[in-house]
Design a protein around this ligand. Structure first.
Ligand code: DQA
Length: 157
């Protein structure tokens, strides 16, 4: 594996239902389709994709720690994170990202700021390297491109 060759994409709760859950808000693209688009985007940058989804908060914490360690070893660039509802509730995710010193691009399919007030606050944003909100599933590709632009010049890849 070449240095910094992996980009992680982590998805939180209910995103396994993308394509059928509230399509008027989240669209009709499935998570499998999102993964395929991300794989193409990563490949365009010469990167491997590690794409995951979980409904468990602690699993996201474990993955963030794992990704941070991979970045430290020079094996990964960073992570795109759609923490879904945990965005608005999880101090544990905030602490994990901060502690792992993991470059994270926060993504939301919908424009959370145009929705209910409880979606306006994010525990992820203060420790994110960048935020992509409201571009539908295109946001994942924009986030991968943004992560590469932001992080790659800092690393010898
Ligand atoms: C979401 C927005 C969150 O508020 C919500 O809980 C989700 C999806 C988005 O991608 O728009 O599950 O993160």
């Amino acid at each position: 594996m070449t240095t910094g060759s992996t980009v992680f994409v982590f998805n939180g709760p209910n995103l396994n239902l993308l394509g059928t859950r509230k399509p008027e808000v989240y669209g009709r693209t499935t998570l499998a389709d999102v993964e395929a688009r991300c794989r193409e985007a990563a490949a365009g940058h010469g990167l491997e994709l590690d794409f995951r989804q979980t409904n468990q908060e602690g699993t996201l914490v474990d993955w963030i720690q794992e990704a941070g360690a991979a970045v430290t070893r020079g094996e990964a660039l960073g992570a795109v994170l759609n923490a879904a509802a945990y965005t608005h509730t999880s101090v544990a995710l905030h602490d994990a990202i901060e502690g792992a010193e993991l470059p994270v691009i926060e993504v939301h399919v919908s424009n959370v700021h145009a929705r209910e007030p409880f979606r306006h606050h994010s525990y992820v944003s203060p420790v994110a390297a960048g935020i992509v909100v409201g571009f539908g599933v295109d946001g994942y590709v924009l986030a991968i491109d943004g992560l590469v632009r932001k992080v790659r010049p800092l690393r010898s890849v």
